[in-house]
Design a protein around this ligand. Structure first.
Ligand SMILES: Cc1cc2nc3c(=O)[nH]c(=O)nc-3n(C[C@H](O)[C@H](O)[C@H](O)COP(=O)(O)O)c2cc1C
Length: 447
């Protein structure tokens, strides 16, 4: 399927990044939109189904462009789109990415269910679809295409043909902008260009898994070349522009908090069968010396931030370098004195692959980890993978969820995320998992 570095192919999925990262300036505005997304009326709704934020950023630009033409418009994540607002809407522009193997993003579960309802009559609705995808996947723009077909089947009328964006290619974005200018009756589109990369340097780099049967994983600590750290929150990502492939940024979860004073990444060296290494990971992990300059920008990942879950118990589940995003959350919780945390982490061998063992021990000593399940797939025993650890503690899992816990999953989509999902459904029940998802209490950063 993919042929290049599999590092966080999410956003890494390429030049999408150009759009993904493009609107740091809009981040504050985004939060305001989330807050008032419930009641505010607007003639145009820009409904985004986004996993890692590219679609959300494009939704903000879309709203800004419509408003430039004097139209009233607002952006809304499709997870907040209910039956009444869908039926009652006259104009919706959908921005829909595709995940997994042609699947909808997590936030679109409710929308998919609403559109499945044969009784849903959308005869009033005029709509447009901007489908985001990556043509190296078999099911290119799968969700955007299904969404378009379902809207048509329910009687909605397309304002123009679906626009498909392959890895952020600018021609398709321009086609979408052209439609917007037409709708808004203006050619004054606001600036959609990406923010510049910042100049950073590698402060230190350490191999985390000497002797591992898997590929080497490095912890890379970065500092701005000059000036203070930019703001980020646990859950956010960075985009790194590697010198050999500047048009194709790679994304990594941030593993540290701002209070720790540097931005840390956990990067696995991508090794191909012929012994060659991935271009970006090879450069970050091997070629670049400590002190070397790195072009980097921080990207808000609102779906994986703590947000409204800050006061809840937290179950953090992940494998491999997925512990990066979980580490940032746990460190932040420890800084905030919130101890009701349960980490479920899996790797290969305890002797070589126990990433963040010192941090975990420190959180335990400080009383910041109420529960801990660490499993190693190659060490024998009945619990080999994180899903086994969860199934073995089914009663505890149910009790935490009953107590209001939120579940954050970070790591590999293949294998881990699907198996964890199936185990959650088996232990908690389909309805509870759907409820957690709709309530924003089940969040995933999987790649
Ligand atoms: C794990 C993963 C799976 C993906 N699967 C597909 C796919 O099946 N079809 C496709 O067209 N794009 C696929 N993509 C590409 C995304 O749809 C694309 O990067 C999109 O721009 C992401 O937008 P978002 O940040 O708004 O979620 C996948 C990306 C990731 C990370």
């Amino acid at each position: 399927m993919m042929t290049v570095d599999p590092v966080r192919w999410g956003g890494a999925a390429a030049a999408v990044a150009a759009y993904a990262g493009m609107c740091l300036a809009l981040l504050r505005a985004r939060r305001a939109v989330h807050k008032d997304s419930g009641g505010e009326h607007a003639d145009w709704l820009v409904a985004y189904a986004s996993q890692t934020g590219t679609g959300e950023a494009l939704a903000q630009h879309t709203v800004a462009t419509l408003r430039t033409g004097g139209l009233s418009a607002r952006a809304l994540s499709v997870e907040h789109l209910d039956q009444a607002s869908l039926r009652g809407a006259a104009r919706i522009l959908f921005i829909a990415s595709t995940y997994g193997e042609g699947d909808a993003p997590d936030s679109a579960a409710r929308l998919a269910r609403l559109l499945d309802d044969p009784g849903m009559d959308l005869g009033r609705l005029h709509y447009g679809v901007l489908a985001l995808g990556d043509s190296t996947y078999a099911n290119y723009c799968g969700f955007g295409r299904r969404l378009d077909a379902a809207l048509q089947a329910r009687g909605a009328q397309a304002l123009f043909a679906r626009v498909e964006v392959d890895r952020g290619r600018s021609a398709a974005i321009e086609a979408w902008q052209h439609h917007l200018s037409h709708l808004a009756g203006t050619s004054d589109a606001p600036d959609w260009s990406a923010p510049a990369y910042g100049d950073w340097r590698i402060a230190s780099r350490r191999l985390l898994n000497p002797g591992s049967a898997g590929a080497p994983v490095y912890r890379i600590d970065l500092l701005p070349a000059a000036g203070p750290l930019p703001a980020w929150e646990a859950g956010d990502l960075v985009q790194v522009s590697a010198p050999g492939d500047p048009a194709y940024p790679r994304e990594y979860s941030i593993a540290s908090t701002m209070a720790e004073g540097c931005l840390s990444l956990l990067v696995r060296l991508h090794q191909r069968e012929d012994g060659s290494v991935g271009l970006a990971s090879g450069w970050l992990c091997r070629e670049a010396r400590e002190g070397a300059p790195v072009l980097l920008r921080v990207r808000q990942h609102s779906r994986f931030r703590i947000g409204d879950n800050a006061g809840r118990p937290l179950i953090l589940i992940g494998n491999g370098t997925g512990i990066a995003g979980l580490r940032a959350h746990l460190q932040r919780r420890a800084e905030a004195g919130q101890a009701r945390n349960w980490l479920v982490f899996g790797e290969r061998q305890a002797a070589h692959d126990h990433f963040c063992a010192a941090d975990i021990a420190a959180w335990q000593r400080a009383g910041m980890l109420d529960a801990l399940s660490v499993v190693f797939s190659r060490d024998g025993g009945s619990e080999r993978y994180v899903q086994h650890a969860l199934a073995a503690r089914a009663a505890e899992l149910q009790a935490w969820v009953a107590e209001g816990a939120a579940i954050y999953v970070c790591g590999s989509l293949r294998g881990m995320a699907g198996a964890v999902h199936a185990t959650l459904e088996a232990v908690l029940g389909l309805d509870t998992v759907a409820m957690l998802d709709e309530a924003g209490r089940y969040r995933r950063d999987v790649y």
